[in-house]
Design a protein around this ligand. Structure first.
Ligand SMILES: C[S@@+](CC[C@H](N)C(=O)[O-])C[C@H]1O[C@@H](n2cnc3c(N)ncnc32)[C@H](O)[C@@H]1O
Length: 348
């Protein structure tokens, strides 16, 4: 038996030794404490203090503990305002910049000037180098995106759904190539499977669930039609216990890779990286700074980094709208209050 009260002092002792910080875990430690308590029972130990002595005698156990300290809370369309900003402004801006940059290369400086005038200041600010696959077809633009710490796929699939279902993207011919990484192989297996409880989809925009998911299991008590009540606005709400499967067409847009962010990252470069509710919440100061530098290395000039709603960059000032000295590299918030940052052009 491992009393939960012992978990907090144990985490305060252990987390810094794993390069993590207690403050990040304070509010969400329940999940982690439960897992550690289970591990203590598996080992036949008498509590957290005994587990601490076990770690001191068995250094290989630190690796196991590290794996138990991953918080996995997530959902589709988490932090709605951020995804609305991405769909409505950031992705179209990035696409315009890629398009303008490609045209500059392909059609000479005169044509580039015309394009610049058309997209105006935004293009000047967002000018990106042409990526190898930036213009696969004349009329479409391919943006490369990385979801770091993707859990069971909710975050990258939200973007894949947006490509398909958001008119602001489809009308501009914006296509997304999405790479998603996580250290947890079990979560990645769930991500590839693409089945979710109905509750995980509740924040998606109206109509997306009906468009892209099909029910796969129906509790006997609720009958086969999965409708048990009406949601606000008169929409029928599906049974909250049922599972919904994402269409293969959306699933195949995301490439999932097992990677520990501290050891490995996909090569990029990316136009957009989401690193939300991972490094900038749980890593210690040195880990956060190191991660930021490596993320910046994988962004194109003018590319965009998205953090979790309650996160900020290391070194960022207290004022919500300004980051006077995030240096190096230099990031700026796109909009006050939103954790969406643009990397200033390399060499700027
Ligand atoms: C709280 S979830 C965040 C999921 C999603 N990004 C979001 O904001 O909703 C954190 C995820 O990061 C993963 N993770 C934790 N440590 C990691 C590491 N060192 N490398 C890669 N992934 C890690 C966990 O397995 C978990 O899936």
């Amino acid at each position: 038996m491992a009393p939960r009260t012992q978990c907090t002092p144990f985490l305060r002792w252990a987390l810094p030794r794993l390069g993590m910080r207690w403050a990040g875990f304070r509010k969400v430690r329940g999940q982690v404490c439960k897992r550690i308590a289970r591990r203590i029972r598996e080992l036949g130990l008498d509590g957290f203090e005994a587990y601490r002595r076990h770690l001191e005698r068995h250094p290989e156990e630190w690796r196991v503990l590290d794996g138990l300290c991953r918080v996995t809370i997530t959902r589709f369309h988490r932090d709605r305002g951020v995804f609305e900003l991405l769909r409505g402004e950031v992705l179209p801006m990035l696409a315009e910049a890629v398009r303008a940059s490609a045209e500059t290369e392909q059609e000479g400086s005169r044509r580039a000037e015309e394009t610049s005038a058309k997209v105006g200041k935004a293009t000047e600010e967002w000018a990106l180098p042409n990526q190898e696959s930036g213009l696969p077809q004349r009329e479409s633009v391919l943006l490369h995106i990385w979801s770091a710490g993707c859990a069971s796929g909710e975050e990258p699939y939200t973007l894949a759904l947006a490509e398909r279902l958001e008119p602001a993207l489809s009308s501009r011919g914006i296509r997304l190539h999405i790479t998603a990484t996580d250290a947890d192989p079990h979560l990645l297996a769930r991500a590839r499977r693409g089945r979710y409880p109905v509750g995980a989809l509740r924040d998606l925009p109206a109509g997306w669930v009906e468009e892209a998911f099909t029910p796969v299991s129906v509790p006997e008590t609720n009958g086969p039609d999965m409708i048990d009540d009406a949601a606000p606005g008169g929409q029928p709400a599906p049974d909250r216990n049922a599972e919904m499967e994402l269409s293969p067409e959306i699933r195949e847009k995301v490439v999932f890779l097992e990677q520990d962010l501290r050891e490995e990252m996909p090569g990029g470069p990316f136009h957009l990286i989401l690193c939300r509710n991972l490094a900038f919440t749980y890593f210690d100061e040195a880990g956060r700074r190191e991660t930021l530098g490596r993320l910046a290395d994988r962004l194109v000039s003018g590319g965009v980094l998205v953090l979790g709603a309650h996160e900020r960059l290391p070194g960022e000032g207290d004022a919500p709208s300004v980051d006077p000295a995030v240096d190096p590299p230099r990031f700026r918030r796109i909009r006050p209050g939103e954790p969406v940052y643009r990397l200033e052009a390399h060499g700027a």
